[in-house]
Design a protein around this ligand. Structure first.
Ligand code: AMP
Ligand code: ZN
Length: 663
C-alpha cells in the first residue's frame, strides 16, 4: 500500500470513529486507541506535507486565526419562527393553513427547539465548504474555521447525498460540558459563564479556532434546503440528513394530526429536563414540502412552521436568609436560602444571587415571597419579588467578611466584593491549601480537602509550605487518623517534591493562573525567580498573557509573605525551576513562530523542530497570521504555499534558517 493510501485509510477510519463517538454516541474503540491512530496520521502527514488536506481529521484541533469574520450572503434566507404559547394558538394556526390549502389532511413533524446559536452549513460534492451564522437572516459571518473543529459536524458526507445543499442547525453546549468549563473557571478564580446558550454563541466568534476546539460544543441539525432534494417531506429530510452523517436528534416525531402534536408537547414539557441539553420549546412543521411551498413565508417567518414555547418553570417561595460565601480567592458570593420548594423535578433550597448589584436590582429583602426559575443555568435563580414581606429597609450588603471580619473591598470593574485578608481568612487559607494538593496540582496522595481543614483547625498548617514540616506524631491524634494514614500522608507530601515546575506554579493558586497559563509561564521563564522579577510589560509580551493575568502575577510577588513561603518551598526541595533538559541553547529565535513544510537535506524534520525550540522559537502546526517564518523544503504543499503568500509570511530555506541560528 502506498503512503497516500495509508493516509487516506487512516483519515476515513478516524472520520468514522469521530462519527461513532460524537454523532451516534457509540464509540467502538477506546480513547487511547483513537489517540494512537491520530498520532500515526499526524506523523505521516508531517513527513508528507505534499498530501496535506485541510479536511483531514488532524485539522480538527484548530489553529486557524480569523481576525475579521467575512460577511457572506445566505443563498436561502434564514427566517425566524412565529411563536405560540397555547393549544388554542396552534388550533388557530391550523385554521389559517387550511384556508390556503383547503381541507386536506395535514401531518406535522415535531422537533425539539434547541437553544443555542443558529448556523447554516453549505456542502458541495459531499464536502463542507462554508459555515455561516444567521446574522440578520440575509447575511451572516463566515465562521467555517471554527465550525470545523466541532466533531459532530461532518466534514465529509457518506451515502447518497445531493451535489449541493445547505443544512441548518443549532450550535449548542450540553449541560455537562458547560458545567465542566465553569468548574475550570472557578478553579482559577474567574467568573463562571452565565448560561450554555450565550457561551455557545460566543464561541462561534472566537478568533482562535484552537480555543473553539477545546470547547465541548455540539451541533444539532433540523433543516435541509436546496434544489432537487431527494425527499418530499420534512420528516424524510431529517432521516436523509442522518444517513449522510449529520446529528439529527431522534426525539423528532411525525404527528398524524394536531392531537398527536399536543401529546408530543405535553410529553416534552414534562421530560425536557432529562435531556442533556437545553430546550425551550417544540417546533412544529407542516410535513409535506409541497404544502410548505404553497404556504410560503410572511415577511419574517415561514407560514408552515410554528414554535411552541414552554413556560419557564417557575414557583414562588420565601426568602429565609442570605448567606455570604468566601471563596479561595477571597471573592464573596451571596446565596439565597429559600423555603424548600419543588421545581423542575428537584427540591430547591438555595439560589444564586451573583453579587451586590443583583440584590440591589431585584430589591429583594429577607422575608419576601420571590419567583424562582430554572432556566439554562444549573443553579436556579431569583427572577423577581412576588410579594413584599415585612422588611421595610432595602437589603444592606455586608461590609465585613463573615469569616474573619475584615472590611471588604470592591475594585473598579469587579462585580464581586473581596475579602483582602489573604493570609488570615480561614476559607481562603484552607481553599488555597486544598487547591495546592489537588490532582492537577501537587497531587498529594493521602491528603483530602477535609483533612486540610482538620490540619488548619488544629493549628498545624496556615499555608502550603507548612505541609512540608508536618510530623507523623502531630497527625496521628487527629480525628479519623491512624498510624498508617498519617504515614501515607507524609509519604504523599514527600513525593510531591518531584512534581515538575509548571504544576507547582499552577498549585500556588495565583489568581487567573490556570493550568494552561502556568505551562506558558513555566516554559517561557523557566524559574520562579525569573517570573518574580518580571514586570507587567515583560509578562504581557508572553504569548497569550493579557494584562489581567500580568497584573495578578506581579501583585502576587509583591507580597512579602508569598516570597517567604516560596523560599521555604525551595528549601524543602519543591521544583521551582524547569529541569535541565528544558534549557535553551540560545534565545536567538525568541518570540518567533515557525512552520516547517516539505522535505529537507541538512536537517530531518524533527531536528529542525528541535533546533527551533532549542533556540527559543516556537513551532506552529499550521500557517496562520501568528506565523513569522515558513521553512520550506522540497515538495512543500501548494495550499500551504498559497496561504503563506496570502498572509505575506516570509518563506525561507533550511540554509537561511541555519544562518539564523549560527550567525
Ligand atoms: P427565534 O430565535 O425565537 O425566532 O426562533 C427561531 C430559531 O429557533 C431558529 O433560527 C433556529 O435557530 C432555532 N431552532 C431551534 N430548534 C429548531 C428546530 N428544530 N427547527 C427550526 N428552528 C429551530
Ligand atoms: Zn475574610
Amino acid at each position: 500500500m502506498s503512503v497516500l493510501d495509508t493516509i487516506k485509510n487512516l483519515r476515513d477510519e478516524l472520520n468514522q470513529h469521530n462519527y461513532n463517538y460524537y454523532v451516534l454516541d457509540k464509540p467502538t474503540i477506546s480513547d487511547f486507541e483513537f489517540d494512537q491512530k491520530l498520532k500515526q496520521l499526524q506523523d505521516l502527514e508531517a513527513q508528507h506535507p505534499e498530501f496535506f488536506d485541510e479536511n483531514s481529521p488532524t485539522q480538527r484541533v484548530g489553529g486557524m486565526i480569523t481576525k475579521n469574520f467575512e460577511t457572506v450572503k445566505h443563498e436561502y434566507r434564514m427566517y425566524s419562527l412565529d411563536n405560540s404559547y397555547s393549544i388554542e394558538d396552534l388550533q388557530d394556526w391550523e385554521v389559517r393553513i387550511q384556508k390556503v390549502l383547503g381541507d386536506v389532511p395535514l401531518e406535522y413533524t415535531c422537533e425539539l427547539k434547541y437553544d443555542g446559536a443558529s448556523i447554516s452549513i453549505s456542502y458541495e460534492n459531499g464536502r463542507l465548504v462554508r459555515a455561516v451564522t444567521r446574522g440578520d437572516g440575509f447575511q451572516g459571518d463566515d465562521v467555517t474555521n471554527n465550525i470545523k473543529t466541532i466533531k459532530a459536524v461532518p466534514i465529509h458526507l457518506k451515502g447518497d447525498f445531493p451535489e449541493k445543499f445547505d443544512i441548518r442547525g443549532e450550535i449548542i453546549l450540553p449541560f455537562a460540558g458547560f458545567e465542566k468549563m465553569n468548574q475550570e473557571l472557578i478553579e482559577i478564580g474567574e467568573t463562571p459563564y452565565s448560561n450554555p446558550r450565550n457561551t455557545a454563541s460566543g464561541s462561534l466568534k472566537l478568533q482562535d479556532s484552537a480555543e473553539v476546539a477545546k470547547r465541548p460544543l455540539d451541533c444539532l441539525l433540523y433543516f435541509v434546503i436546496g434544489n432537487n432534494l431527494p425527499f418530499t417531506t420534512q420528516f424524510d429530510g431529517l432521516q436523509k440528513a442522518r444517513d449522510w452523517g449529520f446529528k439529527v436528534p431522534i426525539q423528532s416525531k411525525l404527528a398524524k394530526n394536531l392531537n398527536e402534536v399536543f401529546e408530543y408537547i405535553n410529553y416534552w414539557d414534562k421530560h425536557r429536563h432529562d435531556l442533556p441539553y437545553e430546550t425551550d420549546g417544540v417546533v412544529i412543521k407542516v410535513n409535506n414540502l409541497q404544502h410548505q411551498e404553497e404556504l410560503g413565508y410572511t415577511a419574517k417567518s415561514p407560514r408552515w412552521a410554528m414554535a411552541y414555547k414552554f413556560k419557564a418553570e417557575q414557583v414562588t417561595t420565601k426568602l429565609n436568609s442570605i448567606s455570604y460565601q468566601v471563596g479561595r480567592t477571597g471573592a464573596i458570593t451571596p446565596v439565597a436560602n429559600l423555603e424548600p420548594v419543588q421545581l423542575a423535578g428537584t427540591i430547591v433550597k438555595r439560589a444564586s444571587l451573583h453579587n451586590a448589584d443583583q440584590i440591589e436590582k431585584l430589591d429583594i429583602r429577607i422575608g419576601d415571597e420571590v419567583f424562582v426559575e430554572k432556566g439554562g443555568e444549573i443553579i436556579p435563580k431569583i427572577i423577581a419579588v412576588a410579594k413584599r414581606g415585612n422588611q421595610e429597609e432595602p437589603t444592606k450588603y455586608i461590609t465585613h467578611c463573615p469569616e474573619c471580619q475584615t472590611e471588604l473591598v470592591r475594585s473598579e470593574g469587579e462585580a464581586n466584593h473581596f475579602c483582602p485578608n489573604f493570609y488570615g481568612c480561614p476559607p481562603q487559607i484552607i481553599g488555597r491549601i486544598q487547591h495546592f494538593i489537588t490532582r492537577k496540582a501537587m497531587d498529594i496522595d493521602g491528603l483530602g480537602g477535609e483533612t486540610v481543614a482538620l490540619l488548619f483547625n488544629a493549628g498545624l498548617v496556615t499555608n502550603y509550605a507548612d505541609l512540608y514540616e508536618l510530623k507523623k506524631e502531630q497527625i496521628i491524634p487527629l480525628e479519623r487518623m491512624a498510624e498508617k494514614s498519617a504515614e501515607n500522608l507524609i509519604n504523599g507530601i514527600e513525593k510531591s517534591k518531584t512534581i515538575p515546575f509548571e504544576r507547582v506554579l499552577y498549585a500556588l493558586g495565583i489568581r487567573y493562573v490556570g493550568e494552561t497559563v502556568a505551562k506558558k509561564l513555566a516554559k517561557h521563564y523557566k524559574s520562579i525567580d525569573a517570573i518574580a522579577q518580571a514586570s507587567i510589560m515583560d509578562l504581557i509580551l508572553v504569548d497569550e498573557i493579557g494584562d489581567k493575568i500580568a497584573q495578578s502575577v506581579v501583585q502576587f510577588f509583591e507580597n512579602q509573605e508569598n516570597i517567604t513561603i516560596i523560599d521555604r518551598l525551595k528549601q524543602f526541595g519543591v521544583q521551582l525551576e524547569s529541569g535541565a533538559d528544558e534549557a535553551l541553547l540560545s534565545e536567538k529565535l525568541k518570540g518567533k513562530t515557525f512552520v516547517v513544510s516539505g522535505v529537507f537535506e541538512i536537517y530531518s524534520r524533527d531536528e529542525l523542530k528541535k533546533a527551533i525550540e532549542d533556540n527559543g522559537g516556537k513551532v506552529g502546526s499550521s500557517i496562520s497570521s501568528k506565523t513569522d517564518f515558513v521553512i520550506a523544503g522540497d515538495n512543500m504543499g501548494p495550499s500551504k504555499l498559497e496561504k503563506a503568500n496570502q498572509l505575506k509570511i516570509a518563506i525561507i530555506s533550511e540554509t537561511d534558517f541555519k544562518n539564523m541560528i549560527d550567525g
